[in-house]
Design a protein around this ligand. Structure first.
Ligand code: SF4
Length: 365
């Protein structure tokens, strides 16, 4: 069984971070201060649409109101973009530092198609407790959960380097459902029309598959999409890739997904990383078809991105294509996701792992 130590609690000062508050929480704060209700919109929009970094930048707020907020310890946090790396294929990787020096990353992917859609892959934790064998983040040390502000701020920092971001995926460092409340709050913040106004259907939360949180997520009044990292259709193989599978067997996970779908009627995606001689045979494809039968889903076959310290190898492209053909023949919508950003270590956690390892600190990613 996977042992999960309690998540690190935030510093109490975090609750005074105005960027961390949902619109409704800002409304409550304004009411507590005896302010008029419309002031909440000024505060929220100046932080999340105009990227104010100081309370005094929220100029429509009466001076006395600003002074009282500051006097009571309220502030607006700001991520530092430590480095930005651009791959020849157009992928951009951002390394961020929070106020306490904790580092984490986001990756901006540009669709090669006509529409050049931009997807930002964001982190929900600094490090991760799930220890997946295919992931550089999983081998590093878990540091702490990110706040809703730190999650949303990755989008605000990245948007300074591109005209527009079309989609947000919670698929960077960390397991989003291991930081449930902050992740849900950040999605509400990013979606709010007074802020970044990113449509809920353009936001995807990707989980390694924690059944009780999938059921909880079904009860949120959100249209945010759900993706589940499957990587194998049998428990033993899955446990080799994801230790969390020992705690949550596939039968429990599939039952939770079916409950989710009964409640929401929303399609899910399954992420399936293609690993040579482990999960990529025709028999594996048939097992997958059987496992997800009856679920309204699409499968993303991900070309594995090998990295230092990982013994897995990538499946050949012809093997991935065969696997896809078997799924498609069975009526399962399947998309192949090829490796991106290889020259800048764009796989989850690779860049941060490199930076946090003193032996590598002089290497250029
Ligand atoms: S793949 Fe995701 S859940 Fe697994 S260790 Fe990496 S960041 Fe954590």
């Amino acid at each position: 069984m996977l042992f999960l130590p309690p998540a690190v609690r935030y510093n109490a000062a975090m609750s005074k971070d105005l960027k961390n508050l949902t619109f409704e929480q800002v409304e409550r704060l304004v009411a507590d201060f005896g302010g008029k209700k419309f002031l909440a919109k000024y505060i929220f929009s100046f932080i999340h649409a105009h990227h104010a970094s100081r309370i005094d930048d929220i100029t429509p707020l009466p001076k006395d109101f600003r002074r009282r907020l500051t006097g009571q310890g309220y502030f607006i946090s700001q991520l530092e973009t430590v480095e930005t790396f651009v791959d020849p294929d157009g992928t951009v990787k951002f390394l961020f530092a929070a106020d306490d020096g904790v580092r984490f990353e986001s990756v901006l992917l540009t669709d090669a198609g006509e529409k050049q859609r931009k997807t930002l892959c964001i982190s929900s934790q600094a490090g991760c407790r799930m220890a997946c064998a295919l992931c550089a983040t999983g081998r590093g040390k878990f540091q702490r959960n990110l706040t809703a502000a730190e999650i949303a701020d990755q989008v605000y920092q990245a948007v300074q380097h591109t005209e527009k971001i079309n989609n947000i995926v919670y698929m960077g460092m960390g397991e989003p459902f291991d930081n449930y409340d902050e992740v849900i709050n950040s999605a509400r913040i990013l979606n709010h029309q007074a802020g970044a106004n990113i449509g809920q259907r353009h936001i995807t939360i990707s989980t390694c598959g924690i059944p009780h949180t999938i059921e909880k997520f079904a009860d949120e009044a959100l249209q945010v999409r759900l993706a589940i990292s499957l990587h194998a259709a049998g428990d033993r193989k899955r446990q080799r890739i994801m230790p969390v599978a020992a705690k949550y067997p596939l039968a429990e996970l599939i039952a939770a997904i079916k409950t989710y779908q009964q409640k929401t009627h929303r399609r899910v995606s399954f992420e399936y990383c293609m690993i040579k001689n482990l999960n990529d045979s025709a028999a594996d494809a048939q097992s997958l078809i059987g496992l997800i039968k009856g679920i309204n889903a699409a499968v993303n076959l991900i070309e594995f991105n090998p990295h230092e310290g990982c013994t897995f190898a990538a499946s050949a492209r012809s093997t991935i294509q065969n696997f896809k053909d078997i799924l498609m023949h069975a009526g399962v919508e399947t998309i192949i996701r090829h490796k991106r950003g290889r020259k800048i270590n764009a796989a989850c956690g690779q860049l941060t792992a490199k930076y946090l390892n003193p032996q590598n600190s002089n290497q250029t990613p």
